[in-house]
Design a protein around this ligand. Structure first.
Ligand SMILES: Nc1ncnc2c1ncn2[C@@H]1O[C@H](COP(=O)(O)OP(=O)(O)OP(=O)(O)O)[C@@H](O)[C@H]1O
Ligand SMILES: [Mg+2]
Length: 138
């Protein structure tokens, strides 16, 4: 089976010196559903944030489809079109005043034309059974 995500010997410490990841190597194959389990503070979220370059390891490397992540803006933009992220805290994820604007945030930032944005928002909402909630107030 094809490898979709891989890390090799990742090390990471936050700015305050907290060592969050130490020598983490893993391989995730295409089509698998993986649960990453561990106690609070084990480093699960930190590791996830490596997968599309939100965090950059101090040492080691991250690969998406066997290609090493680069951290220039063009490479990051490319990988982020393929590797999506749902943040642990929903307030970090949902911030627009309407459902439509929230779902449109990604496509708008990819510079899709308005018609395409509309179409993709339509697909996404239909996919999760939320069609009709586009502009409904809270
Ligand atoms: N922004 C930050 N600054 C400093 N230390 C941090 C920061 N975020 C996380 N940490 C620390 O890094 C370590 C790993 O945290 P992380 O959030 O990755 O764990 P987690 O496995 O996702 O935990 P949880 O189950 O609570 O979500 C912990 O010691 C945590 O306190
Ligand atoms: Mg977490």
């Amino acid at each position: 089976m094809a490898t979709i995500l891989e890390t090799r010997g990742i090390e990471y410490a936050y700015a305050d010196g907290t060592r969050a990841l130490s020598n983490v190597s893993l391989t995730i194959e295409e089509g698998r559903k993986i649960a990453l389990v561990g106690p609070n503070g084990a480093g699960k979220s930190t590791l996830m944030l490596m997968f599309n370059g939100i965090l950059r390891p101090d040492a080691g490397e991250v690969l998406f489809r066997n290609e090493r992540l680069d951290y220039d803006s063009r490479s990051l933009r490319k990988v982020r079109q393929r590797v999506g992220m749902v943040f642990q805290n929903s307030d970090d994820q949902l911030f627009a005043p309407t459902v439509y604007q929230d779902v449109a945030f990604g496509p708008v930032n990819l510079s899709f034309p308005p018609e395409k944005v509309k179409r993709y928002v339509g697909y996404a909402l239909q996919y999760v059974g939320l069609s009709g909630y586009e502009r409904r107030p809270p």
